[in-house]
Design a protein around this ligand. Sequence first.
Ligand SMILES: O=C[C@H](O)[C@@H](O)CC(=O)C(=O)O
Ligand SMILES: [Zn+2]
Length: 276
Amino acid sequence: MTQRFAIGPRETASLDTAGLREHFLIETLFAPGEIRLTYTHYDRMMVGGVQPAGSAVALPCPESLKARFFLERRELGALNVGGPGQIVVDGTVFELGHQDCLYVGRGAADVQFRSADPAHPAKFYLLSAPAHAAHPTTRRTQAEATPVEMGAAETANRRTIYKYIYAEGLQSCQLVMGLTQLQPGSVWNTMPAHTHDRRMEAYLYFNLPPGQRVLHLLGEPQDTRPLWVSNEQAILSPPWSIHTGCGTSAYAFIWGMAGENREYTDMDAVPLDTLR
Ligand SMILES: O=C[C@H](O)[C@@H](O)CC(=O)C(=O)O
Ligand SMILES: [Zn+2]
């Protein structure tokens, strides 16, 4: 498990490209047969990926958690961006197709990830936050995640938003999680940009065609920095930072948050003409 310390706007503004990438980019989330976890000190959110191959991969309990099992004091959101798979929680099997989501509540002692077909593996993107209560382990399929259309072709940001874990959806302590798919020809996400200093956020960019990239923007609204991101890489967004991006083609991303509340609409929009 790797670790990322929380840094503030002043240190961020002094970083060069390599420094920005070291702090805010997670380059590899998916490797065959492996689970990869990054412990961030932004709201203690853990960001990870697991790509089961021929056999099941268990959710480990890293020593640094000082816990008896991973979810002893945590909750987990898992969203499948690969082929069909299963998550087995204390013996109960949940089938997860492409872009289906499972919320796993505090207290689950044994969590196993499986691919239905190792030749077309499942890829579960994982977010985990500290939890003070046990909410039921529940699946929400993409079909159940009521799509909302946003943006317009004229501003190159027509996109569909699917919400899974949030105040009106799957219940959690802190976690908020969903997916945004850009329409063909649209390239801008989350524009106008916003902050929400009550919550950190992480993005996993995916569904990016080979050779295409996303130029992600972070930083304080009046002091922004670019970060070039490839398919299936994740970025961390501190609570004080904007998080927006422009692709060289359409793409999708999973957004996830932890912090003070679970209201999807709690965002402080930044007027476009004030961005620097
Ligand atoms: O706080 C909310 C998050 O930044 C995302 O949900 C934004 C997003 O998916 C979009 O506008 O496309
Ligand atoms: Zn946001």
